[in-house]
Design a protein around this ligand. Structure first.
Ligand code: NAD
Ligand code: 6OD
Length: 485
């Protein structure tokens, strides 16, 4: 009998007969049967959340709320290996990554926002009346109410907790939905909340799909006050339409088609290692991954050769093998999407430097959803493979001649999430960084995070910023109080 994953509504685990299969992408095996939340389940979760807001949770002092967040973090820590196993089972990611990135960030997200709210301050102005008397204008920060948090499959616990933690920290109640592909770690988080006795209704976890299913029921529900969403840009567009009637607040972290720019003066070996990492981490399934690599013509051939060698050395393996670098794609559907781009790249005239195929292993992995890390060259900037987000382990490397050209080509995208710049010239680095049309720029590194900093993208890559005080601003609203003394 497969494991059953239930919804968590108003402090109770709720089953349903409508279930879907959670598939292990390593070999196509079944991880669990997942209960799909119906419109009635969504309504029950929203009502439970509203009831929680009307109770002690809605008036709880900040220090007490912070303690709840630390208790959640303690609960994840206590079940660290369960969370690692959940992440690995759902995604096939290397266990090394789950232990060093995903689960630690889940814990860090709760601890960070617990500490941040204790030091958060608001504004106060002294104001003079017309007759010279004193008045004070001060603001108070209040929760928004009930937040719908919808997250994708690529970094399941990291991105789920990146929304749930600040929403709770600011005193909201949350109705959260993980991706249908990766329900396990969110289900564990519901168990943690239950075990520590978090008041019922404060945190609800619903499972299901998007359009015409749980996700859409959540965003349509009139009892939802705001929607925080991470996922594809076109899903963001659909959600925007859905929430328009209710004029609900939104925060969107969406797709990317990110550039890496490698200048002739870059530390060559560090740049190669950095771009291999930025293109292929998590099997290319990170919104920040560099799918467009621009390299100065003087080092282009050497760079492509070094990238090819390093990429071919990456180990595609079973997740529990500590030597594994690359896991599968999340699903058969996603494998097919990436493979369609392999075909399209050939049709568009690409030279396949390495990869461009579905590997054959001669073992259980042949039932999974694997693709080979792939490097292309020779495509024009107008090629669909260079304009559309593939979200797989692919990058295209193109030569450039001048800084102006590199800036123009890097910015020539409908997306604007993250840019990586590799150069040892500090003036050039800052000049180029400031001209990038992206929400994030890394210089001589990639995906180095500080949770105090604004995170988000421009254009099709998102609306708003989260992180640090930006999360405080999104997950709360302020009331200005004017008092005449
Ligand atoms: P997706 O948009 O297909 O799904 C994301 C979530 O939205 C899932 O939980 C899904 O069930 C739900 N959903 C889908 N349609 C919906 C609808 N109409 N209404 C409500 N909910 C709906 O994205 P995905 O395939 O899970 O994730 C990959 C995408 O996410 C990539 O485009 C990637 O770049 C992006 N992403 C962006 C960031 C960021 O921080 N900018 C981070 C991670 C992933
Ligand atoms: O690290 C983060 O806070 C974050 N939001 C990462 C997003 C990664 C995209 O796949």
């Amino acid at each position: 009998m497969p494991k059953i994953i239930s919804n968590y509504i108003g402090g109770r685990f709720v089953d349903s007969n409508k279930r879907f299969r959670n598939v292990n992408p390593v070999d196509g095996g079944t991880v669990a049967e997942v209960c799909e939340a119906s419109a009635a389940d969504v309504d029950a979760a929203v009502q439970a959340a509203r009831a929680a807001m009307a109770g002690p949770w809605g008036r709880m002092p900040v220090a007490e709320r912070a303690q709840w967040l630390h208790r959640i973090a303690d609960g994840i820590e206590a079940r660290f290996e369960n969370f690692v196993a959940a992440e690995v089972a759902d995604t096939g990611r290397p266990v090394r990554q789950a232990r060093t990135l995903d689960v630690p960030r889940g814990i860090a997200n709760f601890r960070f926002f617990a500490d941040l709210i204790k030091t958060a301050h608001t504004e106060c102005f002294e104001t003079a009346t017309a007759s010279g008397e004193r008045a004070f204008n001060y603001t108070v920060r209040k929760p928004l109410g009930v937040i719908a948090a919808i997250s994708p499959w690529n970094l399941p616990i990291l991105l789920f907790s990146w929304k749930v933690a600040p929403a709770l920290a600011l005193g909201n109640a949350v109705v959260a939905k993980p991706s249908e592909e990766t329900p396990s770690s969110a289900a564990l988080l519901a168990e943690v909340a239950h075990e520590i006795g978090l008041p019922p209704g404060v945190f609800n976890v619903l499972h299901g799909f998007g359009s015409g299913s749980t996700g859409e029921f959540m965003t349509r529900h009139p009892g939802i006050d705001a929607v925080t969403f991470t996922g594809e840009s076109r899903t963001g567009a659909a959600i925007m339409k859905t929430v328009a009637d209710g004029v609900k607040d939104i925060s969107f972290e969406l797709g990317g088609k990110n550039a890496a720019i490698v200048f002739a003066d870059a530390d060559f070996d560090k740049a190669v290692d950095g771009v291999v990492r930025s293109s292929f981490t998590n099997s290319g399934q990170v919104c920040l991954c560099s799918e467009r690599v621009l390299v100065h013509r003087s080092i282009f051939d050497r760079f492509v050769a070094a990238m090819k060698a390093k990429t071919e050395a990456l180990q595609l393996g079973f997740p529990m093998d500590e030597r594994t670098d690359i896991g599968p794609q999340i699903s058969k559907e996603h494998q097919a999407k990436v493979a369609a781009y392999f075909q399209l790249a050939r049709e568009e005239g690409a030279t396949v430097v390495t990869g461009g195929e579905i590997p054959r292993f001669g073992d259980a992995r042949d039932n999974g959803s694997w693709v080979r890390p792939t490097i292309w060259t020779g495509l024009p900037d107008s090629a669909r493979c260079l304009r559309e987000e593939v979200f797989g382990p692919v990058c295209h490397i193109a030569p450039f001649d001048t800084d102006e050209e590199a800036v123009a080509r890097a910015n020539d995208s409908d997306y604007g999430l993250a840019t990586a710049i590799w150069t040892q010239d500090i003036t050039r680095a800052h000049n180029i960084a400031q001209r990038m049309r992206s929400g994030l720029v890394w210089i001589n590194t990639w995906y180095l995070r500080d949770l105090r900093t604004p995170f988000g993208g421009v254009r099709m890559s998102g609306i708003g910023r989260e992180g640090g005080r930006h999360s405080l601003d999104f997950y709360s609203e302020t009331t200005n109080i004017c008092v005449k003394l």
